[in-house]
Design a protein around this ligand. Structure first.
Ligand SMILES: CSCC[C@H](NC=O)C(=O)O
Ligand SMILES: [Zn+2]
Ligand SMILES: [Zn+2]
Length: 408
């Protein structure tokens, strides 16, 4: 039966489907089950397993394969264990059943984002160990909680812990996105999330009057200014084929609040915006721009941040960089096309880059529609298995980089 796999199914696919069935879904992920699954993998692979509780119930699991030269910095393979919620009624199969159709598509929340990558790391390491390989650099696999809600009780805390420093990470891989073409995408930077709530205050009164200086009129002005900026950035993207979503700034108006009754003019109203600021933007100047938009709307218009990332970083994609040379060299050898881009949303890579660990976002999915966070998220088993082949080439190359900045 197609949905059960079983006979004839590749054991790596079976393991992937087992992991997909663990309900690590926000807002109440079953992290206990995920950690137990990972501990069992460590046991099976004879890997050292460390658990670091960065906040109550928020455990980072670290599986380690020691290298032969302890002087060298390590390779860190990161993945998050949580997944985003589902609208079950819009799915053709239970999102936590890991149903496989007759063609080999595996339907599950997390199949692309990013339980595939966790299992691909583990299976690549298993294969390499079984073949008797040893590499100079230590490989650490970190499995972190809460990425989907910003990583504030996950990677953001972990990078400041002594246990993280003790890993001596020299370079990291983290998540990327599916590419519908033959090519693979790699992300060397990401946009900064700025979540901004604009509050407008004004004169209240009876809804039948032409009240002067209302909160709504001033909020409308700010909304217009910001949506005009949105249109300008969208046009800039559409008119230049060299630009991608990650290289311009986007914004969406995602919440409007205020008011109590039709005939009561409210004294306060607010609008919330999700800005994703391109990494080449002058952030001080951009904040000034926000102040001007509010100021131009009139008195009593202010804003506050719910998220404000101010440390965008670029990981080198220059051939003179030893990590990039090793990473991109594998794709050349395998005759695969690589498209370097800026990640449009936010990942845990930003915390790694901010503490000086260069990171690339890569999920080996080509010929795959972008379905993360979407209904019917799925991945074809052949694409998944090909991803293990790719990591089986990538890990030896990266764990054998001879000299890199930061080596002891
Ligand atoms: C700013 S914290 C939110 C992080 C989230 N990451 C994945 O979707 C995102 O919206 O990009
Ligand atoms: Zn993700
Ligand atoms: Zn996600």
């Amino acid at each position: 039966m197609a949905s059960k796999g079983g006979e004839g199914e590749h054991p790596s696919v079976t393991l992937f489907r087992q992991y997909l069935r663990i309900r690590t879904v926000q807002p109440e992920p079953d992290y206990g089950a995920a950690v137990a699954f990972l501990e069992e993998r460590a046991r099976q692979l004879s890997l050292d397993c460390q658990k670091v509780e960065v906040a109550p119930g928020r455990v980072v699991t670290v599986l380690t394969w020691p290298g032969t030269n302890p002087k060298l910095s390590s390779l860190l393979l990161n993945s998050h264990t949580d997944v985003v919620p589902v609208f079950k009624e819009h799915w053709s199969h239970d999102p936590f059943e890991a149903f496989k159709d007759a063609e080999g598509n595996i339907y599950a929340r997390g199949s692309q984002d990013m339980k595939c990558v966790s299992i691909q790391y583990l299976e690549a390491v298993r294969r390499l160990k079984a073949a008797g390989y040893h590499f100079p650099r230590t490989i650490h696999m970190t499995f972190v909680p809460d990425e989907e809600i910003g990583g504030h009780q996950g990677m953001e805390l972990f990078v400041h812990r002594p246990e993280f420093r003790a890993l001596r990470a020299g370079f990291a891989l983290d998540e990327g996105l599916a590419n519908p073409t033959d090519a693979f995408t790699v992300f060397y930077s990401e946009r900064s999330p700025w979540w901004v709530r604009v509050t407008s205050t004004g004169k209240p009164g009876h809804g039948s009057q032409f009240i002067e200086d209302t909160a709504a009129e001033k909020l409308h002005k700010v909304v217009s200014s910001i949506l005009a900026f949105r249109q300008k950035e969208q046009q800039r993207l559409q008119s230049n084929p060299r630009l991608t979503l990650g290289s311009v700034t986007s914004v969406n108006l995602s919440k409007l609040e205020g008011g109590v009754a039709y005939n009561v003019v409210p004294a306060s109203m607010s609008a919330s915006f999700d800005f994703r600021v391109a990494p080449d933007v002058d952030l001080k100047a951009f904040e000034k721009q926000l102040h001007s938009w509010c100021g131009e709307a009139g008195e009593g218009v202010t804003f506050e941040f719910a998220q404000k990332w101010t440390e965008p970083r670029m990981t080198s994609t220059d051939d003179s960089d030893p990590w990039w040379a090793a990473f991109s060299g594998v794709f050349k050898n395998m005759n695969l096309t690589l498209e370097p881009k800026i990640f449009p949303a936010a990942t845990d890579s930003r915390y790694l880059r901010a503490v000086g660990v260069p990171a690339l976002g890569f999920s080996p999915m080509n010929r795959t529609p972008l379905l993360l966070h979407d209904h019917n998220e799925r991945l074809h088993e052949d694409v998944f298995l090909r991803g293990i082949d790719i990591y089986t080439q990538l890990l030896p190359a990266l764990a054998s980089v001879s000299a890199a900045p930061g080596d002891g």
